[in-house]
Design a protein around this ligand. Structure first.
Ligand code: HEM
Length: 397
């Protein structure tokens, strides 16, 4: 009886093992199957010659015999080295980029792009729009003080307006196509379908990549034309102290540009330049790495510890450089879009007479006196000395 029982136990244990020795592995192309894995987990001895003798062309990979193209015995140290970038990977083409086979920063980038970037970025834009609607409902359109005079002064010449519209028009196109790139998968595909989303993305990418150059040219034009008028001076302090007259009823004196406009100018110039540089580095992948070097400077001057960021990594994989460029590009784009939305509001529905400056280029003297009194006096003095036509003047450039 004991012998019989022993035989039975042996048979039950042997059965699955025997079953595993000749399973049908055609579905996995000869690789292990779920049954093999389950058997191993049940501590059943599995004949693994089908794997051991099938490690691909390991002979052709000197130094890494365990890395066959068709799988091989697992080597945790080796995979860790690969993952953390210390494996000695040699490639015949592709340069440094191709030597990075595993880059786990990619998962952090993906999670950030699909999560906080979309959420905070989206809320920033919607919040800005909502604030402007509330502001409009409370304050309405800022009117011109008193009656219009009917006399105009030239605020912006044709070339200035060209530079502004080149910058503004390209910015709007870049903003819309950028948002499509980021939100298409969640905002277009579920409603209009993946095909429609793919078409939008393809078109958007083409527009974004090409219109970018117009933005860069526009940025250079407005910088050269207006930088002198945007240097901070004492009148800005008065303007800021009186909150620009938007909140109260007084309108503080200002030159060609008031302090609020100077903030917009420097935001556009600095953020726009940074967006452009990272954008160009996205256009030419791996050619313009800049974050490791920037982090080194930020560490050196102590800015990183001041901001509580600790020591920033000064050695970055080429892929990490691209991921950071993409995130920085999009984060700054969101901030600048919020600022520009507020700027567009003031220049259109928010303030009576403001649009004329960029439309025809001619503004009513009453508007000029209200918002840029010092500038108006300057050009009137110029006009007096040159004995020109008092109703149409050249701007005080
Ligand atoms: C001026 C030079 C610019 C260049 C060279 C540039 C280039 C690029 C490139 C190559 C991409 C990646 C597109 C892709 O996935 O195929 C991108 C994405 C993007 N760009 Fe720009 N861009 C520029 C300006 C702007 C501006 C001014 C804005 C905002 C108004 C903007 C907003 C965005 C956004 C939101 C994305 C999507 C980011 C994402 O998918 O996560 N870009 N840009």
């Amino acid at each position: 009886m004991r012998v019989l029982l022993w035989l039975l136990v042996c048979l039950t244990m042997a059965l699955p093992a025997t079953a595993q020795t000749t399973p049908d592995r055609s579905a996995t192309g000869g690789a292990q199957t779920l049954a093999d894995i389950m058997a191993r987990q049940n501590s059943v001895a599995v004949d693994d010659t089908f794997r051991r003798e099938n490690v691909g062309d390991s002979a052709s990979l000197p130094g890494v015999p365990q890395l066959g193209t068709q799988g091989g015995v697992s080597d945790p140290e080796f995979w860790r080295a690969l993952r953390y970038g210390s494996a000695d990977v040699r490639v015949s083409a592709g340069g440094e980029v191709a030597t990075v086979l595993v880059q786990d920063g990619g998962m952090r980038w993906l999670a950030y792009r699909a999560g906080p970037l979309r959420q905070y970025g989206g809320w920033l834009l919607l919040g800005t729009l909502a604030l402007l609607v509330v502001f409009y409902l409370l304050r309405g359109k800022i009117p011109i003080d008193g009656e219009k005079t009917g006399r105009t002064v030239t605020r912006f010449r044709a070339f200035e307006r060209f530079g502004h519209w080149l910058l503004g028009g390209s910015f709007i196109l870049l903003g819309i196509t950028g948002l499509i790139t980021l939100f298409g998968r969640v905002a277009i595909a579920p409603y209009l379908g993946k095909e429609a989303n793919a078409t939008f993305l393809e078109l958007g990418k083409w527009v974004h990549n090409n219109v970018a150059w117009a933005f860069i040219v526009g940025l250079v034009i407005i910088f050269v034309m207006w930088v002198v008028h945007n240097l901070p001076d004492r009148t800005d302090l008065v303007w800021i102290a009186q909150a620009g007259g938007i909140v109260g009823s007084k309108h503080p004196p200002a030159k060609k540009f008031n302090a609020g406009q100077k903030v917009i100018f420097w935001s556009v110039v600095l953020f726009g330049a940074s967006i452009s540089i990272t954008g160009v580095s996205l256009l030419f992948p791996y050619e313009l790495p800049m974050f490791a070097k920037t982090f080194a400077v930020v560490n050196d001057i102590g800015l990183s510890s001041l901001l509580g960021l600790g020591e920033l990594s000064e050695t970055l994989a080429p892929q990490e450089e691209m991921q950071l460029a993409q995130l920085w590009h999009a984060i700054l784009a969101f901030v600048l879009m919020a600022i520009v939305i507020a700027h567009i509001y003031i220049g259109s529905v928010g303030m009576e007479g403001a649009y004329d400056a960029m439309g025809s280029g001619e503004v009513d003297e009453a508007w000029a006196k209200q918002h840029h009194s010092i500038w108006l006096e300057e050009i009137q003095q110029e006009q007096d000395t040159s004995q020109g036509n008092p109703t149409k003047q050249s701007p005080a450039d």
